[in-house]
Design a protein around this ligand. Structure first.
Ligand SMILES: NC(=O)c1ccc[n+]([C@@H]2O[C@H](COP(=O)([O-])OP(=O)(O)OC[C@H]3O[C@@H](n4cnc5c(N)ncnc54)[C@H](OP(=O)(O)O)[C@@H]3O)[C@@H](O)[C@H]2O)c1
Length: 238
């Protein structure tokens, strides 16, 4: 069964993605306290792991490419490295572009979600690093199948989807988000076209949220004037 997925993001009041672009906190409000709310709420959910897109994972992972010479042919089947009870750091990386050099990000065990077209040398590198992987179909875009496989292999029941905007948009389009947890900074970005926290990569007129409605379930003001909203996603029947 698919795990419960909460899209947990922080944003400016205009829904933008990059905190480095936000206006400064008002006098007397601490930027450090505002920043700390994100991880505190993340921990409070006590999820089995978190999911990010390839671009976000590239920023978190410090590994460099290590070509594995003469890698044997490796079957396109899921591989489970030693998890040792850790939470999961799930990377949606269809082309196999992220290099890890270890089996974890901040202590959480890495699981790469790949397309079947990645090279044998790349799979060999992941195995050497102790990284687990699953396949999301030939092109790496069958996200529902990949998440279900992760749930069954690792016994996960709750996952946080933590950006960036493009991967959040892909999950929304596939109706894979059960809840939004959004932390609004008392700040604005303001530039037309700046990335937003849900940025589906589709054609004009596409509505990735079609058939889904949001119901407000929680509203709380946190220290420094940050507002935390939680919305349940309800799906139209049929
Ligand atoms: N404010 C926050 O709380 C927050 C949280 C997380 C991240 N961020 C920021 O967000 C930025 C990155 O956001 P982003 O939206 O550019 O990238 P992203 O969502 O992190 O990654 C997008 C990539 O995911 C891969 N992907 C796999 N399946 C996909 C699908 N079905 N549809 C679309 N992409 C798919 C693609 O990789 P390929 O290109 O290899 O195909 C795509 O380029 C970073 O700068 C990060 O710092 C902010």
């Amino acid at each position: 069964m698919r795990p419960y997925i909460i899209c947990h993001m922080s944003t400016s009041i205009d829904g933008r993605l990059h905190p480095s672009r936000f206006t400064s906190p008002a006098s007397g409000n601490s930027a450090a306290i505002l920043r700390s709310h994100y991880e505190r709420v993340h921990d409070q959910f006590d999820a089995d792991g978190w999911i990010v897109g390839r671009r976000t994972m590239s920023e978190l992972s410090k590994g460099t490419e290590r070509p594995v010479k003469d890698a044997p042919r490796i079957a396109r089947e899921a591989h489970v490295g030693p998890r040792n009870g850790r939470k999961l750091a799930i990377s949606i990386d269809p082309s196999g572009r992220v290099h890890y050099g270890k089996d974890n990000i901040s202590g959480d065990h890495v699981v790469a979600v790949l397309g079947e077209q990645v090279s044998d040398a790349y799979l060999a590198e992941l195995r050497e690093d102790g990284v687990s992987y699953v396949f999301a179909g030939p092109r790496g875009d069958d996200l529902a199948r990949a998440i279900e496989e992760i749930a069954s292999l690792f016994g996960v029941k709750k996952l946080l989807l933590e950006g960036g905007g493009r991967i959040n948009g892909a999950f929304l389009k596939r109706q894979l988000i059960d809840e939004f947890s959004t932390l609004f900074h008392p700040a604005v970005d303001g530039v037309a076209g700046a990335q937003s926290i849900v940025d589906y990569d589709g054609h004009d007129g596409d509505r990735p949220g079609a058939g889904q409605s949001l119901r407000l379930t929680h509203c709380e003001t946190l220290e420094g004037g940050m507002v935390w909203l939680r919305h349940a996603v309800e799906r139209a029947l049929g």
